[in-house]
Design a binder for this molecule. Structure first.
Ligand code: BDR
Ligand code: CA
Length: 377
């Protein structure tokens, strides 16, 4: 039975179905970092080619269901990585989401089972041991493709030069491996939208956000790669919390996708409350993917971001400069460096989301998850 108070539900659905939502669904001009800005003006109706790299994960599962219900995106592949839970869970979870959304046309590849050089630290405490809050969906019937995630990325990017957006919503290990295998792909990637980092403290350590904490070396490679980056970090994802109203709307949705999302959401809310938290779990990854679907939900500022890899207690921290000069730490006495610390002039390498319209985001998320259409690109 739906737990939505009648008035709230009517208001929310009225809003979802009304002119505001219609306006949002019209399409929008992209203001994200891109390798070829002139292409921003291309037909609004041409779906963007994307590869989604993910570690499902509760919010990853929501993000996957959302993108598979989004006609703005042409999903070339889904690649799984170890992160929230081991690869032995994230890969079958990705396959399960593809089956639930009836998008078995999308190839799913398995990737890295551990970070580039570190041991895997998971977040089962937040996502449940199986990554889906303890909700048991049947074992997937479909199989992953044979290619490794990194190889598949390289091949698809080379086959579609200048056209592919990556969506990175887990540790960036698979992309790190792809860049190591074939560094030239960096120039061929249209842009990457990633959930990761923070300009305002971490969620694992005071310094680091989970995805960058797990594989700081891979994150650092990506920020140094020259790929146009859109970073959607904790500064904004902390502002989008799942509520009872959202869960009630999903439960009332009726379709396979909303029913699956509702089951996960209900369980994760229970887990979240049991752990003594108030509010609701953050929808980090769906917010990040919405940057490619409806970027006007977010506001962005240009930053120069570097990832700390050497600190014992700060590894994975995303340090952001808003203007120059970019000063580095004071040189140690034991080194031969003369005098001053080194510095560089300002060069932005990322658009960072610093503002979000949370209500518009949830209208988009809930409306996509409760829509009854199956989209085939
Ligand atoms: C990120 O870490 C994971 O736990 C979530 O899926 C999200 O990608 C948030 O820090
Ligand atoms: Ca994730």
């Amino acid at each position: 039975m739906s737990k939505i108070p009648k008035r709230n539900r009517r208001d929310f659905l009225g809003f979802c179905g009304g002119t505001l939502l219609a306006g949002m669904l019209e399409g929008s001009t992209l203001m994200l970092g891109e390798n070829d800005p002139s292409k921003n003006r291309e037909s609004r109706r041409t779906p963007k080619k994307v590869i989604i790299d993910t570690d499902p994960g509760v919010d990853d599962a929501f993000a996957l269901l959302m993108v598979m219900r989004s006609p703005e995106l042409n999903i070339l592949a889904i690649t799984a990585v170890a992160g929230n839970v081991p690869l032995s869970c994230t890969l079958p979870n990705a396959l399960r989401m593809v089956e639930i959304a009836e998008r078995t046309d999308i190839p799913v590849a398995g990737g890295a089972s551990e970070p580039l050089i570190r041991k895997l630290v998971t977040a089962a405490y937040a996502h449940g041991e199986n990554g889906l809050g303890g909700v048991n969906f049947p074992a997937p019937k479909i199989r992953p493709v044979k290619e490794h995630a990194a190889e598949l990325m390289c091949r698809l990017i080379r086959e579609n030069p200048g056209e592919v957006y990556l969506i990175g919503i887990g540790p960036l290990t698979n992309l790190g491996l792809a860049l190591r295998q074939d560094p030239d792909i960096a120039k061929m990637i249209r842009g990457i939208v990633l959930m990761g980092g923070s300009l305002s403290s971490g969620n694992v350590t005071p310094a680091a956000e989970f995805n960058f904490y797990v594989d700081p070396e891979a994150a650092s490679m990506v920020f140094d790669s020259g790929i146009p980056i859109t970073m959607v970090g904790l500064d904004v994802t902390r502002k989008v919390e799942l509520t009872e109203l959202h869960i009630g709307l999903l439960e009332a949705g009726g379709g396979r996708v909303s029913a699956a999302a509702a089951r996960i959401a209900r369980k994760i809310m229970e887990l979240y409350r049991k752990q003594g938290n108030s509010g609701g779990p953050n929808m980090h990854d769906p917010l990040a993917v919405s940057a490619l679907i409806h970027p006007e939900i977010l506001t962005f500022e240009n930053y120069h971001i570097e990832i700390e890899t050497s600190g014992d207690i700060t590894a994975g921290e995303s340090v952001g400069w808003k203007h120059g000069p970019l000063w580095y730490s004071a040189p140690l006495q034991a080194t031969n460096v003369d005098g001053q610390a080194s510095s560089q002039s300002f060069r932005s390498n990322a658009k960072v989301a610093t503002g979000v319209n949370s209500q518009k985001f949830f209208e988009l998320l809930i409306s996509r998850l409760t829509a009854n259409t199956v989209i085939h690109s």
